[in-house]
Design a protein around this ligand. Structure first.
Ligand SMILES: [Fe+2]
Ligand SMILES: [Fe+2]
Length: 394
């Protein structure tokens, strides 16, 4: 299987993973042979990439860390929690930050959130979500393909998966992992209190609009802060996931100390940056950057990997970045890659499998030569072929 840009998909190709519609009904099932009509429908629906099964990449196994069943369950819980809370909001146009915070703290909004069945269901479903991730130690493949309308919910599930895999490496207990999952599922919920036209604006935001978007952190915290049964960590992920080590983040400009410290795992006081939010900052950045949006293609995984390394110490906790680099491969399985030097210069192929000892040097299956002509597939192992460099191209 491989992930392919929709522009390169041709009739007759076979879908490798099911695609889902707005309410998570199956749109097209795994194994369906794509027709011109199907491909056009997918383009109209805003899908930018799809998984394709073909003979050349039949041995490329892209493993999703969670089952479709659990992924859909979690995504629906988030979607419905958002919808039911949103239905209590009367108007948010031209309101000040203070007036929005005041209305979040009214019984009407608070009850719409904490009494809604979807939120209660989410709190129950968290256990099976965390359980499924208990055996996953690295994220071998690519993140999920996201739909146009449900991006925020799907992004929230992917950041939860990524955060939990990082946190597991730090041997955090299951209760903490559950708190991480809830906090990540709801990390952007504050966006429902911001004008939709700003949230969905395709182009660059004005300075004033950006100031408004930044408030989603505070709004999320205000919504969650007095909910009894979810734990402090869950509430501070929405609040702190855009803070930075150097104090240049938002909303409060908290500072980090670039260390993994036992004492910093839980919540201690209101003004301290918690380590779990520092994990969330990395996971959120990674997933948001590599995901496709209707107005821009996602950045390639190897490029974003480099951005996280560059941000180590200033944007991100440097000891956590080290941990991240141990669970996220530079070139995930199923990525399309191009060789940059040596005898296979400009040949293209697909990442076949990872070498756990050397996550940045996987095995690659070459499929096309430098002139883009198909070749008899051949494997190269970058862990032994140390002079060969490559880049992701999709
Ligand atoms: Fe956010
Ligand atoms: Fe986010």
């Amino acid at each position: 299987m491989r992930r392919m840009h929709i522009q390169n998909v041709e009739p007759g190709m076979v879908l490798g993973k099911a695609l889902y519609g707005d309410n998570y009904e199956v749109l097209l099932n795994k194994g369906v042979e794509l027709t011109e009509g199907y491909i056009n429908r997918l383009k109209n629906k805003g899908f930018i990439k799809v998984y394709i099964d073909d003979e050349d990449t039949a041995d490329v196994i892209i493993k999703d860390p969670i089952s479709d069943k659990i992924r859909i369950m979690a995504t629906k819980d988030i979607l419905k929690t958002y919808e039911l809370t949103q239905s209590a909001i009367v108007s948010i146009e031209a309101e000040t930050t203070e007036s929005v915070i005041k209305s979040i703290n009214t019984p009407k909004i608070k009850n719409a959130f904490q009494e809604n069945q979807a939120f209660k269901q989410m709190c129950k479903d968290i256990n099976s979500f965390v359980d499924e991730l208990m055996n996953e130690n690295i994220l071998s493949g690519l993140n999920s393909i996201k739909s146009f309308d449900n991006y925020t919910f799907e992004h929230s599930v992917d950041t939860a998966v990524l955060s939990i895999i990082i946190a597991k490496r730090l041997f955090l207990n299951k209760d903490k992992l559950r708190q991480i999952a809830i906090g990540e599922f709801l990390h952007d919920i504050g966006k429902i209190f911001i004008d939709k036209n700003i949230i969905n604006k395709p182009g660059k935001l004005t300075a004033e609009e950006y100031e408004q978007v930044k408030q989603h952190t505070t709004y999320g915290y205000e919504l969650l802060k007095d909910i009894g049964n979810i734990g402090e960590v869950s509430k501070h992920i929405p609040y702190q996931h855009h803070e930075r080590q150097d104090g240049k983040g938002y909303p409060r400009g908290l500072r980090g100390n670039n260390k993994i410290e036992e004492s910093n795992v839980g919540y201690t006081d209101q003004d301290k940056l918690i380590m779990i939010a520092e994990i969330a900052a990395i996971a959120d950045f990674y997933d948001a950057c590599i995901s496709d949006r209707p107005y821009r293609k996602g950045l390639s995984p190897d490029f974003v990997y480099g951005l996280i390394k560059e941000g180590s110490g200033t944007q991100f906790n440097s000891e956590l970045v080290e941990c991240f680099l141990g669970v996220i491969p530079k070139y995930p399985v199923g990525s399309e890659v191009k060789i940059k030097n040596g005898k296979y210069k400009d040949f293209t192929g697909v990442v076949l499998s990872l070498n756990i000892q050397q996550l940045t040097r996987p095995k690659v299956k070459l499929l096309c030569d430098a002139r883009k002509n198909k070749i008899t597939p051949c494997e190269i192992d970058l862990s032994s072929d140390i002079s060969t460099d490559m880049e992701c191209i999709c």
